[in-house]
Design a protein around this ligand. Structure first.
Ligand code: ATP
Length: 890
């Protein structure tokens, strides 16, 4: 069965596109293991550094444990007359309330585990260091340990203190014996308790004195917590770095695809939103296993989180990786150049870290900073993540466990986690809207009101009323008679076929390359040359380029054409004449500078069709559902097979193969059969399961052609479809195109005159962006051909002079080209100012006369004469000559 025998319908389905794209993205990942390994290793490297840092610096609670701490009472010969600790009154620059809270906690802890000390002699205040020293000197058995608070910052955990011990004892003893470690254990616990009351959730119980813990064997332990702010910052820093690959990957993938793959795929029916969603979903799913490993390491032997629940940490990491992916999307929209956006993903990381630092140092928890500003700051992905880590570390520092169910007890953490989750849709939607408004170079953005436009959400809702009615209003086209343009007689064309494509006064201008400034080396060269008295040729490209370059390139200049279905238009023209540009505008890939292209498309309107404008993105969506494009450069994926390509594009185009009467088959069986038939049609059956990387150039073109033909679209644009194909394959493709033509409109660009002659019902020759001529092959040959040629056979040893003289009597400009001593051709150049009819009458008169002369033996050297017509090639060359002449004349 041929592919054309299958009945296909377009049923656009977001779900089907999404599933197919997710599968495709996963397969892409699977087939590029080096990239995947790089992503995983990148994350694991930072995890490793983080864990090493954490373990190496012993920053986690409990890492510093001292056995058998002596009580302070054991230092005093008579505890009831001794003071456990003296302290110097906190300096007035210290926060008095927090300092007092620490001292109160300290007194309570000492009293709790060493009842020998009375409430009054557990702690004694001294106005200065000197007073404390004097007291000890006067009461030599009453004070052994002193304390001085240097800095108190309970919420930021940078409380600094001195512990005073006696020189005389310390010289011959160790930290334990002089009470230093005991005092430190009390003090650290007192600070933790003060912090618990200040930053713990309401009702957080106080920790007991370190000296009240008694293990089974009677040994006492003290655990000393020294989680420092500096270490906390480093942990945040490394954790953010750990996720850099997620942002960089999403940015790279989306920007690369936007620049290379997406435009081609969009023309094939890809829904960009679904595509982006699929890329992000795949990024996130594929980073999940790594996130699980990271969570396990951080919460178990890595000891970065000891109290926080692994589920909470896992959820936060997954949310953050989703946010990084959404932020990567944003970067790819703002910096569409792939190299630029990948670079920006790193710069944004540093900016994000800076935002986190600014937030931490001067915004979060600072009085006078409004909650609104703090919340807005959390819109920065890295600042938000950093803030969450900071807050969780605060709870870790006070040995407090946070988990998902108790999150409501920690309003700051809860707010930050909610912001982390809310940031994901915010960045995604922001990027998505920006991309719709500013889709990129030469593309038309949607109006800002697009979100409220029904046509955007339901393309089928485009109808006649929306389009504004009459065809001529939509695309007024100049159809006045022109010498070089053959008018189509539309009276013979049915209403349904008419105006399938109208191109009206299209102008396309590209910006020319910018004039570069001389670089420093060029400027130096210029200066040096001037010094030496030499004239500087600024066109010499030394470090810069001063050559005059055009401000703009006019690729199409006011071109118009009106086609009807069932017609193939062959576009001919030199390189750079504007053929591809015209197809790109028709497929919506480019936005014209001026003019309109209108395509008649099947819609739900009462007539069953509408004239849709290719420059209106919302109408373009509908056009593309009935469009097949074979681009000049194949949009193929090297690691995918021919069949996989067709399955993917079938899903993008929403192709559904309708079942024939029997037997009953599933949609996937039908699609399979259809794709096999299509591959057979383009002569690729033997390459069905071969990856495109191993296809030849011509075979790749065949696959691109098959993709264009998928689903029997009514408008087919083929940009040099047979380039690189051998003769046999080319002829097969020609045959196929002729077979499928039916009621379709096919526009084909080519450099092959034979192809244009064979396929083109109408042939248009573009030259420097303008139609030089449009018409049937016959029209072109008659109009621009040098005329007919007379083929002449002469006898061996004979000459052509006699016959040439006879011909010149009728066609004075006739010219002879001898291809051998016995064969030659005489061009019968059409005299100017005679009609085609007069020309053919002249020809028939000439042949009658010459045959009579041969018969009577007057042209004794001539064996036979025949008539040959001009080729399209000659038309093309003659138009070239005409153009050259005009240029020289001007
Ligand atoms: N994106 C672009 N930016 C700037 N100039 C462009 C761009 N695309 C095309 N042009 C210019 O527009 C003109 C027409 O190019 P186009 O690709 O349409 O020619 P073509 O007829 O298809 O050529 P070929 O036969 O080589 O494929 C050329 O001068 C080309 O340099």
């Amino acid at each position: 069965m041929r592919a054309a025998d299958f009945h296909c319908e377009r049923q656009f389905s977001w779900r089907r596109q999404l599933i197919q794209l997710i599968k495709w993205n996963f397969s892409m990942k699977k087939r590029e293991p080096a990239f995947v390994a790089n992503d995983i290793l990148g994350t694991l490297l930072f995890l490793f550094i983080l864990v090493m840092l954490n373990l190496g610096l012993a920053v986690f609670p409990g890492s510093f444990s001292i056995e058998t701490l002596p009580t302070l009472a054991s230092l005093c010969p008579d505890a009831s007359n001794c003071i456990a600790m003296g302290y110097i009154q906190p300096n007035s620059s210290l926060p008095q309330a927090a300092s007092q809270a620490i001292l109160t906690e300290l007194a309570q802890l000492i009293a709790e585990s060493e009842p020998q000390f009375t409430a009054t002699n557990a702690l004694k205040a001294f106005p200065s260091e000197q007073a404390m020293t004097d007291y000890r000197n006067q009461n030599d058995k009453s004070l052994f340990v002193g304390l001085e608070l240097q800095a108190v910052n309970v919420t930021n955990f940078d409380t600094v203190y001195y512990i005073w011990v006696l020189d005389s004892l310390f010289a011959s003893s160790n930290y334990n014996a002089v009470g230093y470690t005991t005092a430190q254990a009390y003090l650290d616990r007192a600070i933790i308790n003060a912090q618990r009351s200040l930053i713990g959730p309401p009702g957080t119980p106080k920790l007991k004195s370190p000296l009240t813990y008694t293990a089974n064997n009677g040994v006492r332990f003290a655990s000393i917590n020294i989680k420092e702010i500096s270490v906390g910052v480093q942990i945040v820093f490394y954790m953010i770095l750990m996720f850099q690959t997620v942002t960089a990957n999403a940015t790279r993938a989306l920007a690369n695809d936007k620049a290379i793959l997406r435009p081609g795929m969009v023309v094939m029916g890809l829904n960009e939103t679904v595509y982006i969603f699929s890329v992000l979903v795949v990024q996130i799913i594929s980073s999940l296993p790594v996130m699980i490993v990271v969570t396990i390491v951080l919460c178990t032997f890595g000891k970065v989180f000891i109290y926080a629940s692994p589920v909470l940490i896992g959820v936060i990491l997954v949310l953050y990786s989703m946010l990084c992916a959404a932020f990567g999307y944003f970067l790819s929209v703002i910096f569409p150049d792939p190299r630029q956006s990948t670079g920006m993903s790193f710069i944004s990381l540093y900016l994000g870290l800076a935002m986190y630092a600014v937030g931490k140092l001067s915004l979060f928890d600072k009085s006078g900073v409004s909650t609104a500003i703090q919340t807005v700051w959390l819109l920065s992905p890295h600042a938000c993540f950093g803030r969450i880590l900071d807050l969780i570390f605060s709870q870790e520092t006070i040995l407090q466990s946070v988990n998902l169910t108790t999150l409501s007890n920690y309003p700051k953490i809860r707010t930050a986690v909610i912001m982390l989750a809310v940031d994901i849709p915010i960045w995604f939607i922001l990027s998505w809207v920006l991309e719709k408004l500013y889709p990129g170079k030469d593309q038309k953005g949607l109006p800002i009101t697009f979100l409220f436009d029904k046509k955007f959400w339901i393309p089928e809702s485009v109808n006649e009323a929306v389009l504004g009615g009459d065809l001529d209003e939509i695309a007024p086209i100049h159809q006045e008679a022109s010498d070089d343009i053959e008018l189509v007689d539309f009276t013979a064309v049915g209403e349904k076929q008419k105006h399938s494509v109208r191109v009206a006064n299209i102008v396309m201008k590209f910006p020319g390359s910018k004039k570069k400034h001389l670089g420093p080396i060029g400027l130096f060269h210029q200066w040096l040359s001037k010094k030496r008295g030499k004239d500087v040729d600024v066109n010499v490209n030394v470090g810069g380029d001063e050559k005059e370059v055009p401000k703009e390139v006019v690729a199409l200049n006011n071109v118009s054409i009106d086609l009807h279905s069932g017609q193939t238009l062959a576009l001919l023209g030199h390189n750079g004449s504007g053929k591809t540009t015209m197809l790109s505008i028709l497929s919506g890939g480019l936005l014209p500078t001026a003019g309109k292209m209108v395509v008649k498309t099947k819609t739900n309107s009462p007539r069953g069709y509408s004239f849709l404008d290719t420059s209106k993105p919302m109408e373009l969506n509908l056009i593309r559902r009935n469009l097949g494009v074979c681009p000049q450069f194949d949009v193929l994926f090297p690691s995918f097979t021919c069949k996989e390509h067709l399955i993917l594009y079938a899903a993008l185009k929403g192709i559904v193969v309708l079942p024939s009467s029997s037997p009953k088959k599933t949609q996937s069986e039908l699609l399979n059969e259809y794709i096999d038939a299509l591959l057979e049609d383009v002569d690729l059956a033997l390459k069905t399961n071969v990856r495109t990387v191993s296809l030849s150039g011509g075979q790749k073109r065949k696959l691109s052609l098959a993709i264009a033909l998928l689903g029997n679209p009514s408008l087919i644009l083929l940009d040099e479809p047979t380039s690189g194909m051998d003769v046999g394959a080319t002829e097969k493709v020609w045959k196929l195109i002729q077979e499928i033509k039916g009621n379709k409109t096919i526009i084909i660009t080519t450099h092959s005159m034979e192809e244009a002659d064979t396929l083109g019902d109408r042939i248009a020759i573009l030259n420097k962006g303008e139609f030089q001529t449009i018409g049937t092959s016959l029209f072109l040959k008659g109009k621009f051909g040098v005329g007919f040629r007379m083929m002449v056979d002469v006898k061996e040893g004979g000459n052509f002079d006699q016959i040439l003289d006879a011909v010149k009597q009728v066609f004075p400009a006739a010219d002879l080209t001898a291809s051998s001593s016995t064969t030659g051709s005489i061009t019968l150049v059409k005299p100017e100012k005679i009609t085609s009819l007069e020309y053919s009458e002249l020809l028939s008169g000439l042949f009658t006369k010459l045959n009579a002369l041969i018969d009577v033996g007057e042209l004794k050297d001539v064996n036979a004469i025949g008539l040959g017509q001009t080729t399209l090639e000659q038309v093309f060359l003659s138009l070239n000559d005409k153009d050259d002449d005009q240029r020289q004349a001007s």
